[in-house]
Design a protein around this ligand. Structure first.
Ligand SMILES: [Zn+2]
Ligand SMILES: [Zn+2]
Length: 135
């Protein structure tokens, strides 16, 4: 994997990430749609230790429907959604692919929470779609 770099709209928050990306997926759940204001979230989960964050994102915590604590990190100046953490995936952090400069590195392997996708969203038949979150 190429080293990944990215930043928020105003540039106050930036990151460099270097390491494996074991999970790359589009999430269509209602929480992700609200948190991003987009049709679905483009998530790249990496080890937290492989991601170096510059600047201090503001955080917001909420409960997932599975009962885990979700932490959203966003820029307090421009509002760009930056990172997401799930207490069920300790030590991992999700980058949002839309913020990454090397965006060609985002090759989603699955669509998750397809059951709550927007009617207008067309899923790629070439990758699996899960009604909820697999396993
Ligand atoms: Zn910003
Ligand atoms: Zn989601």
């Amino acid at each position: 994997m190429t080293k990944l770099t990215g930043q928020c709209l105003c540039g106050d928050i930036s990151f460099e990430a270097d390491g494996d990306v074991p999970v790359m997926a589009n999430c269509h759940c209602t929480d992700c749609r609200h948190a991003t204001g987009t049709a679905f979230a483009t998530l790249m989960f990496m080890k937290q230790d492989d991601v170096k964050i510059t600047g201090t994102p503001k955080t917001f915590q909420h409960m997932s429907d599975a009962g885990s604590t979700m932490t959203k990190h966003f820029c307090s100046n421009c509002g760009t959604p930056m990172f997401a953490q799930n207490s069920a995936r300790a030590g991992m952090i999700a980058l949002r692919a839309g913020n990454i400069n090397e965006h060609q590195e985002f090759t989603p392997k699955a669509n998750v929470y397809a059951s709550s996708k927007m009617t207008a969203t067309i899923l790629d038949d070439g990758i699996p779609a899960f009604e909820k979150m697999p396993g």
